[in-house]
Design a protein around this ligand. Structure first.
Ligand SMILES: *Cc1c(COP(=O)(O)O)cnc(C)c1O
Length: 471
């Protein structure tokens, strides 16, 4: 290890200089970046990332929530290599190919495991990232009401949630609700109906769970607010779009049990399409293959991306019911075609990776085997409560958010400029763990393949880093 780097013509110092000269990094304040020493990754293995100096780091956020069965999984590596020997890309506009067909079937079977209902997801539309998978969902939902048999031209608006995150393209930002990322673009966005979302630690209605739902989740203010909004905009809403069960980039905000299910029901009752953005939650993250399964939710449209290729290659999909699909099926001359498609749609290498990824899920029973590690993680998080500046610990499966606060009694937040989350992750990095915060929330998103020993070490380093920075 270490000698065979393909970039061995560049020293680490040269790489740093060139990065700083040429590169603009995403979601990164480049002024800070230029001051710091970048970590330059050369390779990976299992739960580890390895830098150009050969130092090993635990990948505590699965390379931004995508790695599933670890880095360099032999079966996925092999599937891509085999596909390389056939063809790397051919267009999906007017042609089709073997891997995308096989994957389409597998995806439909996976999202609706006991799917006989007429409402089940039945069609797969490919794209290449989470944002496009959401854009596609929005455009489909809009067009659906304009051109289905019983057309509803007034159903043009979208309901989305405060603190929701659906990607960075303008359409997905329009339905987003994270001010820090989205506010500046406001004049550019299409107008949506933003509903306050449950954030139980800082309940917008000053209630507390489970007391707020003692008479059923239906009576909780968060559900009431959604129900009232739907009433108010009766006949004008094309779709509700939300992340099921947990708002990930918004800060790992977990909805009270039953909320997602109830919103889905309300949507159905009022003839509003329900779009589940499973980009973050899909592929085992929550402890089920898809978060919707945890509450028996069957969406009309589902967006998936991050874990789809096991964290190997960019690929996304938007799945729809037969009913949605049928609204686009007409004579050529009627111009009801879905005029949308990205150049690298359904890339065969990415589809090969996705097939191998799903195959490992099936063969190894990844989701079943995860349950024990989820319990271990839960147990390990318990003693974080003793830390003086840990306000809230949120966990859904293998998604964890630890919210740091200045004062746990008042829940006073650390100011943005304190960069408290960044300081914690820098400390963790010195101890050999890569994590990335969401403002004041420390995120842990280990690969599903992580061992208990590795998981224990991630927890220890995170604990020590928080303690060191905040106490
Ligand atoms: C990451 C994310 C997206 C955007 O995906 P990209 O591949 O980064 O465009 C959309 N929705 C959710 C819920 C996400 O977590």
């Amino acid at each position: 290890m270490g000698e065979n780097f393909t970039h061995n013509e560049f020293s680490p110092e040269e790489l740093e200089r060139l990065d700083k000269q040429y590169i603009w990094h995403p979601f990164t304040q480049m002024k800070d970046w230029l001051r710091d020493t970048p970590l330059i990754i050369a390779s990976g293995e299992g739960s580890y990332l390895i830098d150009v100096q050969g130092r090993r780091y635990l990948d505590g956020v699965s390379s931004l929530w995508v790695t599933v069965h670890g880095h360099r999984r032999a079966e996925i590596d092999q599937a891509i290599k085999e596909q390389l020997d056939r063809i790397s890309h051919s267009t999906f506009l007017g042609l089709t190919h073997v891997n995308a067909i096989k994957l389409g079937q597998k995806l439909v079977e996976s999202v609706s495991p006991d799917g006989n209902s007429s409402q089940k997801l039945a069609k797969v539309f490919y794209s290449d990232n989470g944002s496009t998978a959401v854009e596609v969902a929005l455009k489909m939902a809009f067009q659906y009401w304009q051109q289905r048999q019983q057309c509803h031209p007034t159903k043009t608006r979208f309901i989305s949630l405060v603190n929701g995150y659906h990607g960075d393209t303008i359409g997905s930002v329009s339905v987003g609700g994270v001010d820090l990322f989205h506010k500046i673009y406001h004049p550019l966005l299409f107008e949506t109906i933003k509903v306050k979302a449950p954030y139980c630690y800082r309940c917008p209605w000053n209630q507390s769970y489970p007391a707020c739902a003692s008479k059923g989740i239906d009576q909780a203010d968060c559900v009431q607010e959604m129900a009232e909004t739907i009433q108010l905009y009766r006949g004008k809403v094309a779709a509700i779009v939300m992340e099921p069960l947990i708002q990930a980039a918004g800060g790992m905000l977990i909805f009270p049990p039953g909320y997602t299910h109830r919103v889905r029901e309300l949507a159905a009752q009022h003839h509003i399409l329900f779009i589940a953005d499973e980009v973050a939650t899909g592929f085992g993250r929550t402890g089920a293959l898809f978060a919707c399964h945890l509450e028996g939710v069957e969406p009309d449209i589902m967006s998936i991306a991050k874990g789809l290729t096991g964290g190997y290659l960019p690929l996304a999909a938007t799945l729809t019911t037969q009913d949605v699909f049928d609204a686009f099926s007409a004579e050529y001359s009627e111009k009801k075609t879905f005029f949308h498609g990205h150049t690298y749609t359904a890339n065969p290498l990415a589809c090969a990776a996705a097939l191998a990824n799903l195959d490992i899920f099936r063969r190894e029973g990844t989701v079943d085997r995860l349950q024990d590690k989820i319990a271990y993680l839960k147990e390990g998080l318990l003693h974080f409560q003793a830390l003086k500046h840990v306000g809230d610990i949120r966990q859904l499966g293998f998604m964890v958010g630890i919210e740091l606060v200045r004062n746990t009694d008042t829940k006073e937040a650390y100011p943005y400029e304190d960069k408290i989350g960044i300081k914690v992750i820098q400390e963790a990095r010195r101890m050999g763990l890569i994590i990335r915060p969401l403002d004041n929330v420390i995120v842990l998103m280990p690969p599903l393949s992580v061992s208990k020993v590795e998981l224990g070490r991630m927890l220890d380093i995170t604990f020590d880093s928080i303690k060191k920075v905040t106490e």
